[in-house]
Design a protein around this ligand. Structure first.
Ligand SMILES: C[S@@+](CC[C@H](N)C(=O)[O-])C[C@H]1O[C@@H](n2cnc3c(N)ncnc32)[C@H](O)[C@@H]1O
Length: 216
């Protein structure tokens, strides 16, 4: 992972397609060695007994951290469009309170409405098309409890040694503008990443509202 100059070379960890459009798709990559996992977990405030979703979970490394925090009375769901990643996570987490499923978080999922305390989405959002952003917002608002939280980890919008093209990236302010949820804190989680917290309370800025579609 280190180059000959002993500087980190992250290209084998996070690879993104080149080109400036937001409709790209990436799979099988992990932010595990790039983000400050301790800072992320410390700022999520996950409590015993809570129901948490790791959306776009990849290898599920942080799903397993969440499991320790929710304890026996809680539950962690992990979803990804990548069937191979989900099959592997299911195998690794058999017998635990992790439920891994293949699903697209930018569309309606089989998850129960108003049932989640926290939805977590790390290094996925910048790849969404405009339609996916709206679909994601709709689904997150549907499955979060009123007052539940959305946490998004994204790469900073400046030149970094790796990562997607700058036009694809969101600054914290752009992320706050993109979603119709109440922005809470923004915190740095590693040299090149930040965590943006939102509360499931619509702001009226972008005009979408939670759907009440019942169980699917
Ligand atoms: C860069 S990886 C990040 C994985 C993990 N969140 C992490 O931080 O290591 C992006 C992941 O998001 C998944 N993904 C992309 N679009 C998705 C969508 N619409 N719904 C669910 N998962 C998606 C990809 O399959 C991939 O596993």
């Amino acid at each position: 992972m280190s180059s000959k100059h002993n500087k980190p070379d992250y290209s084998d960890i996070v690879e993104y397609e080149s080109g400036g459009d937001r409709a790209h798709h990436h799979r099988g990559k992990s932010s595990e060695d790039l983000v400050d996992k301790i800072a992320i977990v410390a700022n999520l405030g996950i409590r015993s007994g809570q129901i948490v979703l790791d959306a776009g979970c990849g290898n599920g490394y942080i799903t397993k951290e969440f499991l320790k925090l929710v304890g026996a009375g809680g539950k962690v769901f992990a979803l990804d469009v990548d069937e191979i990643a989900i099959a592997e996570l299911r195998r690794e987490s058999a017998g635990t309170s992790i439920e891994a499923l293949v699903a697209d978080i930018s569309r309606e999922t089989p998850l129960t409405e108003s049932s989640f305390d926290l939805v977590y989405l790390a290094t996925v959002f910048h790849g969404f098309s405009a339609d996916q952003v709206r679909g994601f917002e709709r689904e997150v608002c549907r499955i979060l409890k009123p007052g539940g939280r959305l946490a998004i980890v994204e790469i900073v919008k400046r030149v970094t040694p790796f990562g997607p093209p700058l036009p694809m990236r969101y600054s914290p302010e752009e992320l706050q503008q993109a979603l119709n949820l109440l922005p809470l804190a923004t915190v740095g989680v590693g040299e090149y990443f930040y965590l943006q917290l939102f509360e499931n309370r619509v702001t009226g800025l972008t005009g979408s509202a939670p759907a009440a579609s019942g169980l699917v």
